[in-house]
Design a protein around this ligand. Structure first.
Ligand code: ZN
Length: 193
C-alpha cells in the first residue's frame, strides 16, 4: 500500500538530513491533510515510468513518487503561448505542501516537479525564496552570472525575485521545490522579453 502520506514522510526525512533546509525553510508545524482531486496530465505517464532512481539519499522518495503518480493532483502553471506545446506535454507538478497542497501549510510550499529531457525552462522569477533539490536525473540550473549542473541530492537556492532558468539535456529530471518567505501563495512568472 502506497499513498500520499508516504510521499510526505519520505520528503520530511530527506528535508531533515540537510541543515541548510532546516534553517532557512523549516519543516512546517501546521500541516493538515486535505483531500485533493486526482488529476492527470500528459506528463503523468512519464513520471510513472521515470527511468532513473536517484541516489542513496533520494531513491526512496523517487520510488514512492513513481508509485503514487496516479493519486496526486498534477498541474501546469504556464500556457502554450508562454512555453509551447512540447514543454506542456512533458512537464508538470503537484503541490505536496502549501496553501493548495495535499498537506496544507501557510509557512512552506513543497512541489514535486518533473521535466522531460531536452527542455528549456526559460527565465522566470517570483517573490518567494526557493530551493530546488534534485531527486533524480539532472539539469543545468542558471542564474544571471552562474550556471551549474545539478544531479541527485544537489540543490540550489534563489533569492526573492532572482531570475533563474533550467535546461535538461539527455536526461529527464524530478525535483523537490521548496518555497518560503514572503509571497509563497503567489505564482511564478516568466520574465518579460
Ligand atoms: Zn523558481
Amino acid at each position: 500500500m502506497t499513498n500520499i502520506d508516504q510521499v510526505l514522510e519520505c520528503t520530511r526525512v530527506l528535508h531533515n538530513t540537510n541543515i541548510f533546509f532546516r534553517e532557512v525553510a523549516p519543516w512546517p508545524n501546521d500541516l493538515k491533510k486535505i483531500l485533493r482531486p486526482r488529476t492527470q496530465i500528459p506528463a503523468t505517464e512519464l513520471v510513472k515510468n521515470f527511468p532513473l532512481c536517484g541516489n542513496k539519499e533520494t531513491h526512496q522518495l523517487v520510488n514512492i513518487i513513481r508509485k503514487t503518480t496516479l493519486l496526486t493532483n498534477w498541474q501546469r502553471t504556464y500556457t502554450e503561448e508562454e512555453v509551447g506545446s512540447d514543454f506542456l506535454n512533458r512537464y508538470g507538478y503537484y503541490e505536496l505542501i502549501g496553501p493548495k497542497g495535499h498537506f496544507y501549510s501557510k509557512t512552506l510550499r513543497a512541489f514535486i516537479v518533473y521535466w522531460g529531457e531536452q527542455l528549456t525552462y526559460d527565465w522566470h522569477s517570483h517573490e518567494a525564496e526557493e530551493i530546488y533539490l534534485v531527486l533524480a536525473g539532472s539539469g543545468l540550473f542558471k542564474t544571471k552570472g552562474k550556471q551549474t549542473i545539478l544531479k541527485a541530492n544537489d540543490y540550489c537556492f534563489h533569492r526573492s525575485w532572482q531570475s533563474h532558468s533550467m535546461i535538461t539535456s539527455s536526461e529527464p529530471i524530478i525535483t523537490l521545490v521548496l518555497w518560503f518567505g514572503k509571497g509563497i501563495q503567489d505564482m511564478s512568472k516568466m520574465d518579460q522579453g
